[in-house]
Structures are given as structure tokens and as C-alpha cells.
Design a protein around this ligand. Structure first.
Ligand code: 5RP
Length: 237
């Protein structure tokens, strides 16, 4: 991991987490290539990026979006949204993370959009992660790991995580299992220490009924813009 962009002196009043998200959302604009289509993730940090992207919407063709929520926000701001099938390659994908380690491996899916996020990341040359510094960890696993699962496989997948020492629970919304944009459910797994993210992602991705595991090791970040108390730090991996 390389650190650059030494931040300026710390502001007198510490920035709030929301202000840090705004800072990194705006900083991500430097990675958007004029004249192209940009890959757009999901979440509260990405919402700040989308708002910033609107200021240069006349300089880009549009976006490929990773969720219904991001699509709605992009369209409301007048940014055209393309189907991922119509865009063979994107130069950059901008998205947040729930955790990121010192090699650019991430846990994602806190917003239940992990499957489409992994698809858009896979069609992008570069993943730029935007996050506040609370997301930087030594080892992935403190944040409950989201896994999108086909409903009939839920109990089997929960048992498979139990065999690994994890406790998996179906994510609820309004007292019922949350249904993803893809019509599936999410299980969130606590109690894991993901010391080898590549091997973990490879293994869990093969379990029957797992649509997507929220470890992004194959689609890791190459850059992370980290919002810190003293400004935006750029990590490259
Ligand atoms: C959504 C995601 C988000 O990128 C992740 O949950 C971070 O969200 P936020 O920026 O709101 O903290 O993976 O599925």
C-alpha cells in the first residue's frame, strides 16, 4: 500500500463522518474520464459522489449503475444510465466499502447491492474506493459479511458458515427478509476473521445457492480515497 497526497493541516473543528464522505465523493471526480461512461456504486458515500458528478454531467456520456437506488439518483440529476450489457468496458468504477484492508481487498454489501457492484467492478479497468477512515482495517471480518443467497439455500449456507465459526443471520427489513434488487435474500455473517480474502472469496462463491459473497478480492480496489480528520489521503494498491 502506498500513501500519497499528504493532507493539509487539520481543520480547527473535526469534520463529521458526513463531511468526510462529501470530501471523498468530490475527490473522486478527478478519476472520471471526460467523454466516457463511469461505473457508479451504491451507498451514502457514493450518493455524495453522484451529487458531485452532476456538476460535470455535460462532460460525460453517462453511468452504469449498481443498484436501483443509484439509478434513481443519477436519473433525477439528469445523468443518463446505460445497461451494463451495452457497455463492454468502463475505465473506472467508483464505489464505497464497509471495510478495506491494506491490499485493497474489501467487504461490501452493507447496502445489499453487492452482486451488481461486483458485476460493474468486473467490467471496469480500475476500482476507486471512497470511504471514511473508519473503514480501513488490518483484517477483514469485523463488519458483518453480507452474502446474497437464493432463498431455498439459506439454511444450508447458514450451516456452512457455522462450520467456519461464523454466525449468519438473514437480514430483515420491516420484520421480513429483505429482498434484493435481484429478488434474493442477504445473510450477514459475524465472527469471521478473513485472513486470506482471495481463498475465502473463491471458496464461498462456489457454495450452492450463493449468488455473491461480499468479499471483493478478485475485484479489489486499486485506489482508495480515504477521508481522514486531516483531509483526503490517497492509498494505492
Ligand atoms: C452497498 C455497499 C456500500 O458501498 C457500502 O455498504 C458502504 O456504504 P456507505 O458508503 O453508506 O458507508 O457495498 O452494497
Amino acid at each position: 500500500m502506498t500513501l500519497s497526497n499528504s493532507p493539509a493541516a487539520a481543520p480547527a473543528t473535526p469534520l463529521t463522518q458526513d463531511q468526510l464522505k462529501t470530501l471523498v465523493g468530490q475527490a473522486a471526480l478527478q478519476y472520471v474520464v471526460p467523454g466516457e461512461i463511469v461505473g457508479v456504486g451504491t451507498g451514502s458515500t457514493v450518493n455524495k459522489f453522484i451529487d458531485a458528478l452532476a456538476t460535470m454531467k455535460d462532460q460525460i456520456k453517462g453511468a452504469v449503475s449498481s443498484s436501483v437506488a443509484s439509478t434513481e439518483r443519477l436519473l433525477a440529476l439528469g445523468i443518463p444510465v446505460f445497461d451494463s450489457n451495452d457497455v463492454p468496458r468502463l475505465s473506472v468504477y467508483i464505489d464505497g466499502a464497509d471495510e478495506i484492508d491494506g491490499k485493497g481487498h474489501m467487504v461490501k454489501g452493507g447496502g445489499a447491492a453487492l452482486t451488481r457492484e461486483k458485476i460493474v467492478a468486473a467490467q471496469s479497468d480500475r476500482f476507486v474506493c471512497i470511504a471514511d477512515e473508519s473503514k480501513l482495517v488490518q483484517t477483514l471480518g469485523a463488519f458483518p459479511l453480507p452474502v446474497e443467497v437464493i432463498p431455498m439455500a439459506t439454511q444450508r449456507v447458514i450451516a456452512q458458515f457455522a462450520a467456519k465459526g461464523g454466525v449468519a443471520k438473514v437480514r430483515l427489513k420491516d420484520g421480513k427478509p429483505l429482498v434484493t434488487d435481484n429478488g434474493q435474500v442477504i445473510v450477514d455473517v459475524t465472527g469471521l476473521q478473513i485472513t486470506d480474502p482471495v481463498a475465502f472469496e473463491a471458496e464461498v462463491s462456489q457454495w450452492p445457492g450463493v449468488v455473491t459473497v461480499g468479499v471483493f478480492a478478485f475485484q479489489r480496489a486499486q485506489v482508495c480515497l480515504l477521508g481522514t480528520a486531516s483531509g483526503v489521503k490517497t492509498l494505492t494498491f
